[in-house]
Design a protein around this ligand. Structure first.
Ligand SMILES: Cc1ncc(C[n+]2csc(CCOP(=O)(O)OP(=O)(O)O)c2C)c(N)n1
Ligand code: SF4
Length: 291
């Protein structure tokens, strides 16, 4: 039987005290445990960012890609071994900025990956530049006063719905039981799941920390909300201000994943099927065709 300590590692996170990454780190271990996924049955792909250090601090398969690229790396690796649960954990800069193109295509393909975004609305690791989800007017070294950030922020929920996502949810790192539920639902989902996790960066974005979210968030599941109603979900996607919903905002249940539709994967994960030795005749046939 798997236990919580199976995911533990004797290494202390270097995150600032109070960082929301601690909640995400605690929640993912518990979500894997509740799903009875042993460390060798899942893999966490990350990019580069404060939060992307997460697999360093737990026992699980991990793949640190480069900034903005964990999604395509996960998609490729998942084609080779779709028997392993694929989870991407990366920052808002990583996922909605430099990796935004990859996000869109993974969602429309319904690639079987749970994408969890540590959305602190700032670039943490590189010391506080504004990010795609930073509010207008946010003043940083790259969005200096008097105007601050001029761009309108990305709306992750509407972006994902527009891209054809079949699972779109929001959680926040200060509500651990609910975050665990959302992570479990995202991992269980058949196809691509986007889970936007509101996460305080207490060092570079202190105005959007614990008090801000605690005063505003409410749980959709407790309010009779049905995530299969697209029109209601679209309206919910644009609710942001005094009230911020957390929960599954939109879900399509009957669409097959990308991997389920790839004919070459019908016989099971490629990695388990061995490799055929190439003969001299195979090479000769290839040469005759292309040279
Ligand atoms: C291709 C590339 N561009 C830029 C960087 C520099 N860089 C590293 S992390 C980062 C942003 C981190 O912000 P985010 O992804 O939101 O994660 P956080 O640190 O806030 O968790 C940037 C711009 C890089 N490492 N590689
Ligand atoms: S800089 Fe921000 S995101 Fe990075 S560890 Fe510190 S509080 Fe967390």
């Amino acid at each position: 039987m798997v236990e919580l300590q199976n995911y533990a590692k004797p290494r202390r996170p270097t995150w600032c005290p109070g960082c929301g990454d601690f909640g995400i780190w605690n929640a993912i271990k518990r979500a894997l445990l509740k799903l009875e996924l042993a460390p060798h049955q899942a893999i966490i792909y990350t990019g580069i960012g404060c939060g992307s250090k997460l697999p360093d601090y737990m026992t699980v398969n991990g793949f640190t890609s480069i900034h903005g690229r964990p999604i395509p790396v996960a998609q490729g690796a998942h084609l080779a071994n779709h028997g392993l649960k694929a989870i991407v954990v990366a920052g808002d800069g990583d996922t909605y900025g430099i990796g935004g193109n990859h996000l869109m295509h993974a969602l429309r393909r319904n690639a079987d990956i749970a994408i969890m975004v540590q959305d602190n609305r700032v670039y943490g690791l590189t010391k506080g530049q504004y990010s795609p989800t930073s509010p207008q007017g946010f003043k940083t070294k790259t969005s200096p006063p008097p105007a601050g950030a001029i761009d309108r922020p990305v709306n992750p929920i509407a972006l994902a719905m527009g891209a054809g996502a079949t699972f779109v949810a929001r959680a926040w790192s200060g509500d651990l039981p609910h975050l665990i539920e959302m992570m479990m639902a995202a991992i269980r989902h058949r196809g691509a799941a986007l889970l936007d996790i509101l996460q305080p960066c207490v060092t570079f974005n202190p105005d959007y920390a614990y008090d801000f979210y605690r005063e505003r968030v409410y749980v959709l599941e407790e309010n009779g909300y049905h995530p299969t109603d697209r029109a209601a979900a679209w309206a919910k996607a644009h609710e942001w201000g005094d009230r911020i919903s957390i929960g599954v905002i939109y879900r399509v249940e009957d669409r097959p994943s990308y991997e389920e539709q790839v004919p070459a994967l019908e016989g099971g994960p490629l990695i388990e099927r061995g490799f055929r030795e190439w003969t001299a005749e195979d090479y000769a046939a290839l040469e005759a065709e292309f040279v």
